[in-house]
Design a protein around this ligand. Structure first.
Ligand code: XMP
Length: 515
């Protein structure tokens, strides 16, 4: 296995992801935990030093134990990791002199015979785009090292001591903006002797072992939304500790057609997971009665959700842990480049304060994974594809797809119209090309004519977007035929709708949901 020593970079987890993509097993450990005893037990086959925010020129800045260099295993240092390697092995690192680089840079090879660089410099002009983020720079390399690539701000962008298999680069090969970065990791693990035989099945087994170790014989509760993340977390934890897990599914009456039954059947009948179905539709819809302001709706739902969850969770004897489907992108601190205070566009559903309030410890088995990896893990756990590939669904549910006042009548119409719309998308094989699609019932009635009679019914908006992360989005370019057919089906099959609009707003300026 490979050890990543974490010096605090924002993107350390991306190194792990690149290695998982190469089917190499790795673990990230913070530098404070890595000492001689740790190294002896861990017995790494190769080591990567991550980047980090500190400066090696500062006394007391993070260091690896000196003994790592005597293990006889390949080491790759990245950014801060490069600098720490140079400093520890007798080179020199300095601050300033106008050589800081942030963002895109180009590395030119000075010697490309290094195995680490096999097949890396592929561009016509011989330069390779990389992503830099450093204030300090190496000004003298350590004895035994040679330079293999330079950039305008980093004369020692790529350095290595091939005899010891020590490699050190100033840039971040793990990020998207170093387009060929994965190649360096591939070369590194190959020369360290990894065969790439580690899979998501192995990840599952390791995650199960970790959950067992963390939880022992204690009880765990898990809030289940029916979404991919909490579902995968629940099934994984259930495999690990069986009936020590109880799930609470809060049904706020704002779910889609048949959704509550599907989720309950799936977990109770197919997986035998103890599940409390908290049917609190009356409570939520009662408190939302007559409320039309979007933020007020969101706040009411958020508050009630916490109350209800707490009420049911407190009925579970001896619960000490709360399981959450937190993913890695939720963990990375978002860096604000504008520096200005940000404005709240929408109050997102947030149960962040719950564990402290209830005195619970967290179990977050998906913390290291990205969405697509969670899906792969879900498949490994036998969750049906239809469930795993589902579009995101917001915590406040249909409340924010029913602008203005919410009534049971409107919700019923919306559920049926949304089901027809999604059915159309599936029938046309478009579901997986779309990031999120849904219908919204508009707070207006319009006049129509059906079978010689006058109608005065609700208008429906259809929304479908493409996106990578939900932060920006573009509307999906359905064909006119598709839109026409869908409109006809909805109006024919759903009583209460006599007009259908397609929302062709991107985000920004729109948001994905209507409220
Ligand atoms: P917006 O509407 O802000 O949505 O463009 C971006 C993504 O976030 C989802 N969304 C939510 N998800 N709780 C959630 O769990 C919320 O309160 C919430 N509001 C919006 C939305 O469905 C889209 O995928």
């Amino acid at each position: 296995r490979l050890l990543i020593i974490d010096f605090g970079s924002q993107v350390t987890q991306l190194i792990a992801r690149r290695l998982r993509e190469l089917n190499v097993y790795c673990e990230i450990h913070p530098y404070q935990h890595v000492d001689d005893a740790f190294l002896a037990t861990f017995a790494p086959k190769a080591i990567i030093f991550s980047g980090g925010p500190d400066s090696v020129t500062r006394d007391g800045s993070p260091r690896p134990p000196k003994s790592v260099f005597d293990l006889g295993v390949p080491i790759l240092g990245i950014c801060y990791g490069q600098q720490v390697m140079m400093q520890e092995l007798g080179g020199l690192v300095e601050t300033g002199h106008g050589t800081a680089e942030f963002g895109r840079a180009f590395v030119t090879p000075t010697d490309d015979r290094l195995p680490l660089l096999d097949g890396w410099f592929t561009s016509a002009d011989g330069r390779e785009q990389v992503w830099m983020s450093h204030g300090d720079h190496v000004s003298r390399i350590a004895p035994g090292f040679q330079v293999f690539g330079t950039s305008s701000g980093a004369p020692f962008a790529i350095t290595a001591d091939p005899s010891r298999n020590f490699f050190a680069v100033q840039f971040h090969p793990e990020v998207h903006h170093t387009p060929n970065g994965a190649k360096l990791y591939e070369n590194f693990v190959r020369l360290a002797g990894f065969t790439g035989d580690w899979t998501m099945a192995s990840y599952k087994d390791e995650a199960i072992a970790r959950i067992r170790e963390q939880v022992g014989d204690k009880q765990v509760i898990c809030g289940l939304s029916g979404g991919v993340d909490s579902s995968v977390a629940a099934v994984l934890i259930h495999e690990a500790i069986g009936d020590q897990l109880t799930c609470v599914f809060v049904d706020h009456g704002l779910l889609r057609l048949n959704e509550a039954e599907e989720v309950v059947t799936m977990f109770r009948d197919n997986y035998n997971i103890p599940l409390i179905h908290a049917d609190e539709a009356d409570l939520f819809l009662g408190e939302l009665d007559g409320v039309s302001d979007p933020e007020t709706k969101r706040k009411i739902i958020g508050r009630l959700f916490i109350d209800v969850f707490q009420k049911y969770a407190s009925q579970i004897d001896g619960a000490e842990f709360l399981a959450q489907g937190t993913l890695y992108p939720d963990v990375i601190e978002s860096v604000s480049f504008s520096g200005g205070p940000s404005v709240t566009i929408k109050s997102h559903h947030n149960v962040g304060g719950l564990p402290e309030k209830m005195g619970l410890k967290l179990v977050e088995p998906l913390r290291e994974l990205f969405k697509d990896e969670v899906r792969a893990l879900g498949r490994e756990l036998g969750l049906p594809d239809k469930f795993i590939g589902r579009h995101p669904f917001p915590g406040p549910g249909l409340a924010i797809r029913c602008p203005g006042e919410i009534t049971r009548e409107k919700l019923e119409i919306l559920r049926r119209a949304d089901a027809v719309y999604i059915d159309q998308i599936r029938r046309h094989g478009l579901y997986d090309d779309i990031w999120q699609a849904f219908a919204a019932i508009l707070p207006m009635r319009t006049v129509g004519v059906m079978g010689d009679g006058r109608t005065y019914d609700y208008a429906l908006a259809l929304r479908a977007v493409t996106s990578v992360d939900g932060m920006t989005a573009d509307y999906y370019p359905f064909t006119h035929d598709f839109l026409g057919e869908t409109s006809t089906r909805i109006i024919n099959e759903v009583r209460g709708i006599n007009r259908v609009f397609y929302d062709c707003t991107s985000k920004p300026p729109g948001t994905i949901e209507l409220e």
